[in-house]
Design a protein. Structure first.
Length: 162
């Protein structure tokens, strides 16, 4: 009796595994595009973002951030901290962003962003991720809106060059 229960369970799991392999994975966020290279809204936004970073335009970048919900979160190296020790900050308003701007968009971050292309981005259920997670965007296609939701500029996302 116990053996037949185990066989039924194994058979059930095996059939489901075969079924899942044949299905196309769908993005959890129904408003997120499945191919950013064809999404004109995001292409325009991303090119503008890169231009603002290249020109070191902190006011322009501050305009791309939503200070409502969801809040922008930032991870930075802790000044005077141990190796790979980071701090986590919530940006509540434009002034918070402008104060932290030099630490977020330093030379290392700007050089990395200059090399990025749409094809380098990753679509995840949580949003759109750049490179190793240095920038995350939330995409609200139903509202025709894209916002930066997370920025990370720390040794954990920029490992030392060997």
């Amino acid at each position: 009796m116990k053996l037949s229960k185990y066989l039924i369970i194994v058979l059930f799991i095996s059939l489901n595994a075969v079924n899942v392999q044949g299905q196309k994975m769908e993005v959890v966020n129904k408003y997120m595009p499945t191919d950013l290279t064809k999404d004109t809204l995001f292409i325009t936004y991303f090119n503008n973002f890169k231009k603002l970073v290249r020109n070191n335009d902190k006011d322009g970048l501050a305009n791309l951030i939503s200070y409502d919900q969801p809040k922008l979160h930032v991870t930075l190296d802790k000044i005077g901290g141990k190796p790979n020790e980071t701090i986590y900050k919530t940006i509540n308003n434009r002034n918070d962003f402008l104060i932290l701007y030099p630490r977020i968009f330093d030379r290392r971050m700007r050089e990395m962003l200059a090399k990025q292309e749409i094809k380098d981005l990753s679509l995840m259920s949580e949003g759109i991720m750049l490179n190793r997670g240095q920038v995350w965007w939330r995409y609200y296609k139903d509202k025709n809106k894209i916002v930066i939701s997370f920025l990370a500029n720390s040794k954990t996302v920029f490992p030392p060059k060997s």
